[in-house]
Design a protein around this ligand. Structure first.
Ligand SMILES: *Cc1c(COP(=O)(O)O)cnc(C)c1O
Length: 373
C-alpha cells in the first residue's frame, strides 16, 4: 500500500467559504485568489468548489492556462501583471486581465498588437512598498493607460499592508492614500484581500463593479488569527492533512523520544508514530518538548506532539486516546472523521508561522484527494 498520508480537499467547504466572502463583499464581485497552486491545494482540486466566483486571480500565466483548460471562460487576473512583453501575447490569447504596477508595463502595452483591448488593474502603492505606482505618479499612469487603444477598462487597485492588524491606524492611512490618489478618477475599485473583505468589505467595495480579492479565507484560515479564529468568521477548513499511525511505543518513565531526546516521559506512557514529517510539509519547528507540544488529533481526539519533528515521522502522546493503535488516523490539521476540527491556524501559531505557509508547503509527495464534505 502507498504510504498512509493524504491531504483531503473539502469541496463543500471551499464553496461555503466563498459564500462567506460574498456576503462580506456587500454586492461587489469576488476574485477567488488561487495563486501558489491554490495555496497548496492544487488548482484542479479547488476548481469545482470555487467556480461560483466571478473570476480567478493568480500570478503565473501557466496557471491561467490550466484554468482555461479546466473550462473556465470567465475573468482571470494576473496579480503581478506581465513579467515581460511576451506575456501580453498570452494575455491576448487567453483573454487575461492584468495588473499594471510599473511604467515599463505600460510601454509594453503601447507596443502590443491585439485584436481585443485588455482590461487592466492599475496598482497604487499605498504603503506596502512592494508593487505599484506612488500616489504622486498614479494619475499620470492612469492617463497614459486610458489613452491606449490596447486598453478597454481600468480598475483602480491597491493591496493593503495592514488589513489584518489589531490597530487600524496604518490601514486607515493606506485607505486615505488610495482615496487621495484616485479621487478624480472614474472606474471600479479593488482594495480588499481576505482580512479587509471580512472587516471592511461592505464599506470598501461600494459598487457592484468593484472587486474584492479574498485568498486565505477561501481556504478556511483566519486572515487575522489570533485576533479572530476561523470559526469566528464562519470559515471551515478546506484541507485536512491526515496520516496513519505506523507504530505505537510504550515509553518507560525517564525514556525519551526522537532526535535529540527532546521529550522525556515523566511516567510510563504510550506514544504513536505518525507517517508525516517535514518532508511532507509539516513544520520542523513545531514544538514537541516537555513544556509545550503542537496540537494534533488522533482518531478525532485532541492530543499533542512529543519530541522533534523528523523528515518522515512525528510522534504523538496517546494518553488521551488509549484505544489508538497502528492504523489509527492522525489529523495534523483540518477535520477528522468524527467532525472534530483542528484549525491550521492553531498549528501554525504553535510553529510561529501562519496558515498560509503551511498550506503552501504541502509537499508534492503528499497526494491530494478531493472529497465532497
Ligand atoms: C495574495 C493576494 C491577495 C489575497 O490575499 P489573502 O490575504 O490571502 O486574502 C489579494 N490581492 C493580492 C494582490 C494578492 O497578492
Amino acid at each position: 500500500m502507498p504510504r498512509p498520508i493524504a491531504a483531503l480537499v473539502h469541496a463543500d467547504a471551499l464553496a461555503a467559504n466563498l459564500a462567506v466572502a460574498r456576503r462580506a463583499a456587500g454586492g461587489a464581485k469576488v476574485w477567488a485568489v488561487v495563486k501558489a497552486n491554490a495555496y497548496g491545494h492544487g488548482i484542479g482540486n479547488v476548481y469545482a468548489g470555487l467556480k461560483g466566483a466571478d473570476g480567478f486571480a493568480l500570478l503565473d500565466p501557466a496557471e491561467a492556462e490550466l484554468l482555461r483548460e479546466l473550462g473556465w471562460r470567465g475573468p482571470i487576473l494576473l496579480l503581478e501583471g506581465c513579467f515581460d512583453p511576451r506575456d501580453l501575447d498570452t494575455c491576448s490569447r487567453l483573454d487575461l486581465w492584468h495588473t499594471v504596477h510599473h511604467e515599463a508595463q505600460i510601454d509594453w502595452l503601447a507596443a502590443h498588437k491585439t485584436k481585443e483591448p485588455h482590461k487592466v488593474f492599475l496598482k497604487l502603492n499605498s504603503g506596502m512598498n512592494r508593487l505599484g505606482f506612488a500616489p504622486a505618479a498614479y494619475r499620470a499612469a492612469w492617463l497614459r493607460l486610458d489613452a491606449l487603444p490596447q486598453v478597454a477598462g481600468i480598475t483602480l487597485m491597491t493591496h493593503l499592508a495592514n488589513a489584518d492588524a489589531a490597530d487600524p491606524a496604518d490601514l486607515e492611512a493606506s485607505l486615505a492614500a488610495f482615496a487621495g490618489a484616485t479621487a478624480e478618477l472614474p472606474g471600479p475599485r479593488s482594495i480588499c484581500n481576505s482580512a479587509a473583505t471580512l472587516r471592511l468589505g461592505a464599506r470598501l467595495a461600494a459598487s457592484p463593479d468593484d472587486w474584492v480579492r479574498p485568498g486565505i479565507l477561501l481556504y478556511g484560515s483566519s486572515p487575522d488569527h489570533p485576533l479572530h479564529r476561523a470559526a469566528d468568521w464562519g470559515l471551515a477548513p478546506t484541507m485536512s492533512l491526515r496520516a496513519e499511525l505506523i507504530a505505537v511505543q510504550t515509553l518507560a518513565a525517564g525514556a525519551s523520544v526522537g532526535y535529540g531526546s527532546a521529550y522525556t516521559a515523566a511516567h510510563e506512557m504510550r506514544i504513536g508514530v505518525v507517517a508525516c514529517g517535514y518532508a511532507d510539509g509539516y513544520p520542523r519547528i513545531a514544538p514537541g518538548g516537555n513544556e509545550r507540544g503542537t496540537p494534533v488529533l488522533v482518531d478525532g481526539v485532541r492530543t499533542r506532539t512529543v519530541g522533534r519533528v523528523s523528515m518522515d515521522m512525528i510522534t504523538v502522546d496517546l494518553t488521551p486516546v488509549p484505544e489508538a493503535r497502528v492504523g489509527s488516523v492522525a489529523t495534523l490539521w483540518g477535520r477528522a472523521d468524527n467532525g472534530a476540527v483542528l484549525s491550521i491556524d492553531e498549528v501554525a501559531g504553535a510553529a510561529g508561522t501562519v496558515g498560509y505557509e503551511l498550506m503552501c508547503a504541502r509537499a508534492p509527495r503528499v497526494p491530494v484527494r478531493v472529497v465532497a464534505g
